[in-house]
Design a protein. Sequence first.
Length: 409
Amino acid sequence: MTDRILIAGSGQAGFQVAASLRQDGFDGEIVLVGDEPGLPYQRPPLSKGFIKDGAADRLLFRNLDFFEKNRIALEERKSIVSIDRIDRTAELSDGRTIRYGHLVLATGTRNRALPLPGFALRNVLGLRTLDHAETLRAKLARASKLVVIGGGFIGLEVAATARAQGLDVTVLEATARLMSRVVSPPVSDYFLAAHRSAGVDIRLDALARRIVDDGAGKAGGVELAEGERIAADLVLVSAGVVPNAELAEAAGLYVHDGVRVNDLLATEDAAISAIGDCASFPFGQDGIQTRLESVQNAIDQAKCLSRRLTGHAERYDKSPWFWSDQGADKLQIAGLTHGADHHVVTGSRDEGKLSVQCYRRGELIGVETVNVPGDHMAARRILGQPQPLRLEAAEQVAFDLAVLMKAPR
């Protein structure tokens, strides 16, 4: 056990590891460094509830007295700019140097910048932080036409929220279906129909060529590759994120799509670990390096690391799960469904609910549900069991997950 734990990043993973360390009995110093002002907060509501109510205080993980009571020193509006692994010190952006016994990298991600002409125009926004959300909320209140570049979770959540507020909304997705990186075709089709029925103009295989200047330095629309122009007085770019791994790379740690860690969430430096969205870790029986952008993953990795740092090391092997609220529909995903070669589908858009069981080589690798929370919870229990569930000749069988729970393994 070490006398001072320094945590780089005050998002979900950084906050959780600080809180868990106290719960697990760590009695040394905890220093939490975050580059945003104020107390650590939740990010998922920024694209939905916060746009509606603007209640920033509801986003806080804990109030100030929690940090004081638990002796967690919060260094806000600062970042770690360099690491000296030999002396075990870190330099902060204000010029101070802090010595650490253990360093936790929880630096998260940042929005991907697109090489689009007009990207720097006023009224071209991204959404990652509370400051971004406050700007977006204020501009949505004055806008009439929103174009969203990117048909992933955040882009679609904002599109649904803006459409409910009466804006004309167009979503430009460069691939052939919505959320193609993370969901199956049946779920993509469900949400395509749902958004279109709500009045959102969804364009698939739509490549933005440039953001058009309105003549006053603001966005006036988006021009597509084939020449069509879509009018807009507000453009949201939601084209994915990149891990903040430059600090680790500059310190000589192995970086490839995030900071590489082992199944104990440790880097090759025994005094440095990485967790959350910035960390690439071995996943599943095959140990494939994986980086997940997930609240659940950030929380579970933080708890796992805390146990190791307090003398109770264990492998990180949690089955991931995700969610996205888009309008009236709640998407929930258990497991990682990318690469599935067979789907068993129950429900439909007409029924207002859907459940998709995703198999690869006869093995259940994940379940995607829309408005079926019972199936989601059952799937999490199944996927959390030591042995994978297999189903022979799955295409001949229709079943619900409650039956699967009782099936012999």
